[in-house]
Design a protein around this ligand. Structure first.
Ligand code: NAP
Length: 480
């Protein structure tokens, strides 16, 4: 295995570590110290990566399922062996508090294990063609075939596990990948390339190109050999990619302004710690962060008071300090944006119950109440430690407010009434409804994805494999 020990990193193309013509400095979001020099791939590098992936297509397509399983198990093992190193990478490049970062690496291991298992379960079905007149005496079955070269584009916020959600199912279903990680978090993908190489993944089956999203994305959409683009990131970029992708299959895992409803009669003490975690884990930079809370008027005052008390206990600071709960936002621009959105809401009548400012790169956990539905902190994705808590007179009103959004990823409802819960589940227009939980719940084998501007297609290994394979029908005419 080639290990990239120095600060200057290389691209991973066709099984080789390749220098780029230009480099950019990767800085720590927390203290702005230089972490590495990252290669900036040019068009030619990306085309070479697609060449390599295309060359690996037949090898992967013919590889038996049990061999794909073994490779994925070895990738999981590789992360297990480097758990602490991988954790440190995430803490440094993403400013992810170290305990949360370790949790992400553990989930990454599990995601590759799920992929190893799903590799063995890809199959079609037999069809009773004789249900139609003229269909007698024909044996019909479907198979699922690998789609071909997959271009994967990933965001900064879960740079290891969201990559695993694309590379895992792609390898499981026999597809080569060209991976473009977010510019702020390339180190975790370069580590994956090292681990995958050691795990025996065939040459060209995984290629990692770092650099500017727009440059690399353009090569992906314009190359006919790329059969699928799997994108996780912001709606603006995802929608633009889909508009340019023509007949390529495109899955989009985009943003949200996720909400939870709190009905009267629920035990507030029990749900407060969970809600505070949902709002502020990883500084609110989670696609299913709890951004909006609609609380029944009977328990509203109690909820706000206890939420603010609990949020005050959060410890701010260095992501590498094990006691830190909330660290830096991903960029200084995001700190400014968060501050201006909060100020705008307050000028328009919202009340600030906690936070509202920053301490250098760290934006303080912020609670706003009485927020108008047109405020950016309510109707756009905040992606910062900011939560809006508003009063409602009924669950019905709350469901209307949750649905009054251009997004629809996941939503939660806390209630003791089973009819209220199931009615809300029927009416909430989202990809997933959580009853008696926050919308921030995810485990890695569940179907995950959104409606409206939250995206199209589903991840969660088995479901991603459906997107990454094509159905072929075979009919054997036994009448001759
Ligand atoms: P982003 O700015 O959209 O970037 C995502 C990826 O797209 C990065 O690799 C980026 O590269 C690349 N990119 C940028 N411009 C591009 C272009 N023109 N063509 C092709 N690729 C391009 O998103 P982010 O700030 O990293 O991530 C936060 C967003 O991701 C939030 O909206 C969040 O909700 C969403 N998200 C969704 C899910 C989900 O499963 N639904 C999960 C996590 C995050 P550069 O870094 O080089 O610009």
């Amino acid at each position: 295995m080639t290990t990239q020990t120095g600060k200057k990193k290389k691209l991973f193309i066709g099984g080789h570590w390749v220098e780029a013509r230009t480099y950019q400095s990767l800085k720590s979001p927390y203290d702005q110290s230089e972490l590495a020099e990252i290669p900036v791939a040019e068009k030619e590098d990306v085309t070479k990566a697609i060449d390599a992936a295309d060359n690996a297509r037949e090898t992967l397509r013919k590889m038996p399922a049990h061999e794909r399983t073994v490779i994925l198990e070895k990738i999981a093992k590789g992360f297990e062996e480097r758990l602490e190193f991988a954790t440190e990478i995430l803490a440094k490049e993403a400013a992810k508090p170290v305990s949360t970062a370790r949790g992400e690496v553990q989930r990454t291991i599990q995601t590759y294990k799920f992929a190893a298992e799903e590799a063995k379960r890809i199959h079609g079905e037999t069809l009773p063609l004789d249900a139609a007149q003229g269909g007698e005496n024909r044996l019909a079955y479907t198979v699922r075939e690998p789609i071909g070269v997959i271009a994967a584009i990933t965001p900064f916020n879960f740079p290891m596990n969201l990559v695993a959600h694309k590379v895992g199912p792609a390898i499981a279903s026999g597809n080569p990948v060209v991976l473009k990680p977010a510019s702020q978090t390339p180190l975790s993908s370069l580590l994956l390339a090292e681990i995958a190489e050691k795990a025996g993944l065939p040459t060209g089956a995984l290629n990692v190109v770092t650099g500017r999203g727009s440059v690399i994305g353009d090569v992906f959409v314009n190359d006919d050999r790329v059969k699928m683009i799997t994108f996780t990131g912001s709606p603006a970029v995802g929608i633009a990619l889909r508009n340019k992708a023509g007949l390529k299959r495109v899955t989009l895992e985009l943003g949200s302004n996720s909400a939870v409803i709190v009905d009267k009669d629920v035990n507030i003490d029990r749900l407060i710690p969970r809600c505070v975690t949902g709002a502020f884990a990883y500084q609110g930079q989670v696609c299913i962060s709890l951004q909006r809370v609609y609380v029944h008027e009977d328990v509203y005052e109690e909820y706000v008071k206890k939420f603010v008390e609990k949020a005050k206990e959060l410890k701010l600071g260095d992501p590498l300090d094990p006691s830190t709960d909330v660290s830096a936002l991903i960029s200084p621009d995001d700190v400014k944006r968060a501050e201006s959105w909060v100020n705008e809401a307050v000028q328009n009548g919202a009340k600030l119950a906690l936070g509202g400012q920053s301490s250098e790169t760290v934006f303080l956990p912020t609670v706003l109440t009485d927020v108008g539905r047109q405020e950016k902190v309510s109707c756009q994705e905040v992606f910062a430690p900011i939560v809006v808590i508003n009063k409602v007179t009924s669950v019905e009103e709350a469901v209307g407010l949750v649905n009054d959004s251009s997004y629809g990823l996941q939503a939660g409802i806390y209630t003791n009434d089973v009819h209220t819960a199931l009615d809300a589940a029927d009416r909430l227009h989202v990809g997933g409804v959580l009853i008696n939980d926050i919308p921030t719940f995810r485990v890695d084998h569940m179907p995950y994805g959104g409606v409206k501007e939250s995206g199209t297609g589903r991840e969660g290994i088995k479901y991603a494999i459906e997107e990454m394979t094509e159905m072929k029908l075979v009919i054997f005419n036994r009448n001759n």
